[in-house]
Design a binder for this molecule. Structure first.
Ligand code: GDG
Length: 736
């Protein structure tokens, strides 16, 4: 049975060293809960860093620590202090984190940290490769490991790789500023499924893929070489039951055994008419903390009736305190809280209670259940689980959630009061609205919110991702109805070729079959190696080679005319039998071109990067260099316009690889290859092609044909291979 390997920067455990004793204490965080069924209950393993740097671990305890980690079904990736400083604090948290959260000014690109990021990602990849058995599934998490998918896929194409990004993916205009934008995207292209919290992040990512890597995207699938990469959104949820049941327990619990925090909260709430506003986050500049404090100050000034009645409780958990921007934020927050408390406090009231620390889970529940309002104001946040946790603890269906529209959670939590975190006016107005909201309205909203958070939990999220992952694997095997060429097929082909008594023919498409696609059509000129290969093939006893292409005869002549092969140009309009002159295969009318050409030229005027290629018997509109999104739009327009031109004619419109071609429906590679076959009646036929125009050959040639598709699309061919390089390897083997 295949296993799943989960990979994240940090392992879901904490190592405690007590003298010679080592304890690996499992974390109870959301991710660990969501992945429990895949990890501990399945036969999975989790690969990551233990949180201890090499220098901290006494040498004699190393193997003990690894053992303790292994007991938790985990595998440790060891990092030293320099690696943590450069890979984690440096590149991950001083370059990627700010960039992905739209803080371009904070984004520091340094070659040294980038090098370390590559090297540590390779370390993770090596550990995966070491631990993976044939056909395993690998699920990689988050921005610290963006290069891991490709590093693994390169060495182990048998593994299915999923990737989930927990933070936003920024818009193309932000992402394009990053010096290693291309390398980052290429790093992800090893994955088979890429998940984001929201559709917005998905579309930003696809936009960068189209523009920076110039790849083909259809709906939510990226064509990468011969692979299809699926991109989708999976909004992460929480362990709902844990929060709800803790809140119930808190509600029904022993009233005499209250925590210190709860006693303080009760004291404040004991005065009639008093209310509490809560915020919880890591002290991070993405969380909009200074704006929140300023907005609260503005609120107290604008609505003075709430002074001495309303209190803001702010729990800010220390985070990345080694990074200067976080130190600056800490200072700013301290000063703001100090100033406002100094300005507004009275003998019995301080407006802001500020805790700069982390609290035990039970105290979080005290805070959530005692607060009338949760004020969540990030300027950017991938999801924000605090918002969902607040909702889950509101067992009486009261309370109001004020949620920044810049969080991923805002896409799902429609019934929250949504705020623009950059507008103090908007925040203050909504605090006022929340404080004066009737219980009935609070309940109406909270009911809907709770239903959503309860339904889509973290377990459901993990399940959904895994299902989509496995579905993708199944779909791939169904999509390819042809058989991958293996050693047995090669032996069969070879024995056909060795039988000199039989008349054999090779119908070979050119672009995409013998040479890979190039951005510039002229760059696909055959190299010496290819010319030699075709020549040798054509010199085999009793063997004909026919190069059959959509290209014009001038190009074919110039590139391949000197070889002892037959040539078919323009999809089957012209034919040059071996060592003879060009002849016409189909007599075609061309008057229609005068009407269609101006239409295509108009499209060229309006579509930068596109061009018209007038051929002798057809017209082609190329859009390979057009901005991907504009191309999509224009394609719909041009097809509509052209369809009206060609209805009731014998013209047809072919939708090719970044080209639309109008030509007579009397011409096709299928018709041309069949004509040649009928003329010579070959005993054995080989046919290699990669796109839809070659499908006509696969369909029209006799049943006995050994037809080979290059690429993973659905096909009528019997066999398939992955790339033109493989075609060349096969042909080389046949002539050897
Ligand atoms: C990243 C993305 C995305 C907080 N203080 C204490 C404490 N917490 C817990 C909360 C919550 C978690 O930490 C914070 O999660 P968030 O989602 O709000 O934010 P990030 O840490 O920035 O997480 C974020 C998330 O990944 C998941 O994909 O939603 O957008 O930035 O669970 O309860 N827990 C305890 N004591 C505290 O003092 N015990």
């Amino acid at each position: 049975m295949n296993k799943t390997i989960i990979v994240s920067n940090r392992l879901p455990l904490q190592i405690e060293i007590d003298g010679e004793n080592i304890n690996a204490i499992p974390s109870v965080g959301g991710l660990a809960t969501g992945l429990k069924s895949v990890h501990k209950e399945g036969n999975g393993i989790w690969i990551g860093w233990s949180g201890l740097v090499k220098e901290e671990v006494p040498k004699n305890l190393n193997s003990k620590i690894q053992k303790a980690i292994k007991k938790e079904k985990c595998v440790g990736v060891q990092l030293d202090q320099k690696e943590v400083d450069r890979f984690y604090y440096g590149f991950s948290n001083r370059a990627l984190w700010p960039l992905f959260h739209y803080f371009i000014d904070y984004t520091e690109f340094r070659k040294k940290t980038w090098k370390s990021y590559i090297q540590v990602n390779q370390k993770f990849a090596n550990e995966i490769i070491k631990n993976a058995d044939e056909g395993d599934e690998v699920w990689v998490h988050d921005y610290q490991l963006l290069l891991v998918p490709s590093m693994v896929k390169k060495k182990r194409p048998d593994l299915s790789i999923g990737f989930f990004l927990h933070i936003p993916f920024p818009s193309y205009e932000i992402f394009r500023t990053f010096p290693v934008r291309k390398e980052i995207l290429e790093g992800l292209m090893g994955a088979d499924l890429i998940g984001f919290h929201t559709y917005d992040y998905e579309r930003h990512f696809l936009s960068s893929i189209k523009r920076i890597l110039n790849l083909d995207v259809q709906f939510n699938e990226i064509r990468f070489g011969d692979r299809l990469i699926k991109v989708d959104s999976f909004p992460m949820g929480i362990d709902y039951d844990k929060f709800e049941s803790s809140a119930k327990l808190h509600h029904d619990g022993n009233k005499t055994n209250k925590s210190e925090i709860q006693k303080r909260l009760d004291q404040h709430l004991s005065t009639p008419g008093t209310k509490m506003i809560l915020s919880i986050d890591r002290l991070d500049y993405t969380k909009g903390i200074p704006n929140r404090i300023r907005a609260f100050e503005y609120f107290l000034k604008k609505y003075p009736q709430y002074q001495e009645k309303v209190r803001l409780i702010m729990l800010a958990v220390p985070s990345r305190s080694k990074v200067p921007q976080y130190q600056k934020l800490k200072k700013e927050t301290d000063e703001l809280v100090g100033r406002i408390n100094g300005e507004f406090s009275t003998v019995s009231w301080t407006p802001i209670w500020y805790f700069y620390r982390s609290m035990p889970f039970e105290n979080l529940i005290d805070l959530y259940t005692s607060s009338d309002i949760a004020l969540i104001t990030p300027v950017r946040d991938g999801m924000n689980l605090v918002a969902k946790e607040y909702v889950a603890t509101r067992i009486n269906e009261d309370g109001v959630l004020l949620l920044s529209e810049m969080t991923g959670a805002s896409k799902e939590l429609d019934e929250a009061l949504q705020i623009n975190p950059f507008s103090l006016e908007d925040i203050a107005k909504n605090i006022h609205l929340a404080l004066s909201m009737k219980k009935k309205e609070q309940k109406r909203r909270m009911k809907v919110l709770r239903k959503r958070v309860k339904r889509y939990t973290v377990e459901k999220w993990a399940q959904d991702f895994m299902n989509s992952f496995q579905h993708g694997r199944k779909q791939l095997s169904e999509r390819i109805n042809a058989e991958l060429i293996n050693e047995d097929t090669l032996i069969k082909f070879k024995s056909i070729c060795s039988d000199t008594s039989k008349k054999k023919v090779f119908f070979l498409d050119y672009d995409g079959t013998l040479v890979g696609f190039k951005n510039n059509p002229e760059d696909a000129k055959p190299d010496q190696q290819l010319l030699h290969l075709i020549e040798q093939l054509a010199k085999m006893r009793n063997t004909e080679v026919v190069i059959i292409s959509g290209r014009d005869k001038k190009t074919l002549n110039a590139w391949l005319g000197h070889l002892p092969v037959s040539l078919v140009s323009d999809h089957g309009v012209f034919y040059r039998p071996k060592e003879e002159k060009w002849e016409i295969m189909e007599v075609l009318k061309t008057e229609w071109m005068q009407n269609v050409l101006p239409v295509l030229e108009k499209f060229v005027d309006r579509t930068p990067g596109s061009l018209v290629e007038p051929k002798k018997y057809s017209l082609a509109w190329h859009y390979r260099k057009v901005d991907a999104e504009l191309a999509q739009k224009r394609l719909i327009e041009i097809k509509t316009v052209l369809n009206s031109f060609i209805s009731n004619t014998d013209l047809t419109m072919l939708d090719g690889n970044k080209v639309i071609e109008i030509k007579s429906s009397k011409v096709s590679k299928g018709r041309a290859s069949s004509q040649i076959q009928n003329q010579f009646n070959f005993d054995e036929i080989f046919c290699f092609g990669d796109d839809w125009t070659d499908e006509f050959m696969f369909e029209d040639l006799p049943e006995k044909t050994n037809s080979v598709k290059v690429g993973l699309q659905k096909t009528k061919a019997k066999y398939y291979v992955h790339s033109p390089e493989e075609v060349r390897r096969i042909l080389k083997y046949l002539i050897s």
